[in-house]
Design a protein around this ligand. Structure first.
Ligand SMILES: [Zn+2]
Length: 357
């Protein structure tokens, strides 16, 4: 641009052109006419078009809700699968799964995804399959990627159910801190319109209900991955929505979860013997036991390596460096989650070793 102007000394900078002719201020009531001559210049026209095009693309990107495609897993049950790895701008926060079950008297939804645009797209995808009313949303656990999309379902008249263990997350400030972080990292999809919507019904523990000819069992599995872990079983279809008790095809997010309880929960899940399992992240599993094995083995490996390090009085850095991660290193979310998981487990093993004393 500068080189071009140096050669063609004839053109004046754009801003000046829109100024009032010499000596005419706004107070004189003269209407300001844009200097049409410079707009005819081909370079300027191309620049203006370029800017307009960029603005158009950005607005379109913002306004276009992400694509959410339901997959049928049984006669009445469906799920939608988020992308592997952590939520980020590239996937517009679509990294988790959700599901819905169509009964004769309405739809039961399991989780609502991680942003309002995702919740809206999910609701639209359900509407494309059935016009039955959305009766209930069961939140498997109050983690950002599973409930930030609740607002469209609430507006559609759905009742929200969750386990009382979520109260702490919503009322302790942890939820608010996470929302701030997501508003920073997932803007514009998570913005000031996104709020922490509490459930209409807090569950004390396990619960069951019948709707439209189907029976639903809600089994409390927490505190494992989260304080409020709930799994949802559609009895007639032998389908189990596991929430984040199970991550298939990627490294689970452990953080400071109680892995001892989580492992015990795994055994309970296997005992339920579901035919089909929809995990919180990753593909549906027609062989849940094999899928469970991956998450179970990873949790065991974390506890074994960090537990040994604590026994040997090694620092976390030494423990992490010495540990063999080869089996998991190439899995999705390893880079993002493994170090946090190991550190959370190291602190947990320290606490457990103090308990033993
Ligand atoms: Zn989670």
């Amino acid at each position: 641009m500068a080189r071009y102007l140096r050669e063609k000394k004839t053109i004046r900078p754009l801003a000046l052109n829109l100024a009032a002719p010499e000596g005419h201020g706004r107070q004189s009531g003269h209407r300001l006419k844009p200097a049409s001559s410079s707009m005819n210049h081909p370079l300027l026209r191309r620049l203006v078009c370029g800017f307009a095009l960029c603005a158009l693309v950005v607005t379109a990107a913002r306004s276009a809700d992400p694509k959410v495609v339901p997959v049928r897993v049984s006669k009445h049950a469906w799920y939608v699968q988020g992308q592997a790895g952590p939520a980020n701008r590239a996937n517009q926060g679509y990294n988790s799964n959700a599901g819905f079950v169509v009964t004769g008297e309405g739809v039961v939804v399991i989780d609502a995804l991680g942003t309002i645009p995702l919740g809206r797209a999910f609701l639209a995808a359900i509407r494309a399959i059935t016009d039955k009313p959305i009766r209930r949303v069961i939140v498997t656990h109050y983690h950002a990627d599973h409930f930030y999309g609740l607002a469209p379902f609430k507006q559609a008249g759905a009742e929200i159910w969750a386990h009382k263990g979520a109260r702490e997350y919503l009322e302790s400030g942890e939820g608010a801190a996470r929302l701030d972080q997501r508003r920073r990292d997932l803007a514009p999809w998570v913005d000031d319109q996104t709020t922490l919507i509490p459930p209409d019904r807090w569950l004390e523990g396990d619960a069951s209900f019948a709707l439209g000819g189907l029976n639903f069992d809600l089994v409390y599995m927490g505190p494992a991955h989260a304080p409020d872990d709930l799994v949802v079983i559609v009895r007639e279809d032998q389908v189990l929505y596991s929430g984040d008790i199970l991550f298939s095809g990627r490294i689970p997010f452990v953080g400071n979860a109680d892995t001892r309880r989580w492992l015990a929960t795994m055994e309970k899940l296997i005992a339920l013997g579901p035919k089909t399992m929809v995990p919180g992240h990753g593909a549906v599993s027609r062989d849940p036991v094999a899928e469970l094995a991956l998450t179970r083995d990873y949790l065991r490996h974390l506890r074994a390596t960090m537990g040994k390090a604590v026994e040997d009085l090694l620092s976390f850095e030494e423990a992490y460096k010495n540990a063999d991660w080869s089996r998991y290193a190439r899995m999705p979310a390893f880079e993002a989650a493994n170090r946090i998981n190991a550190y959370g487990t190291y602190l947990l093993m320290e606490r457990e070793s103090l308990e033993k004393k």
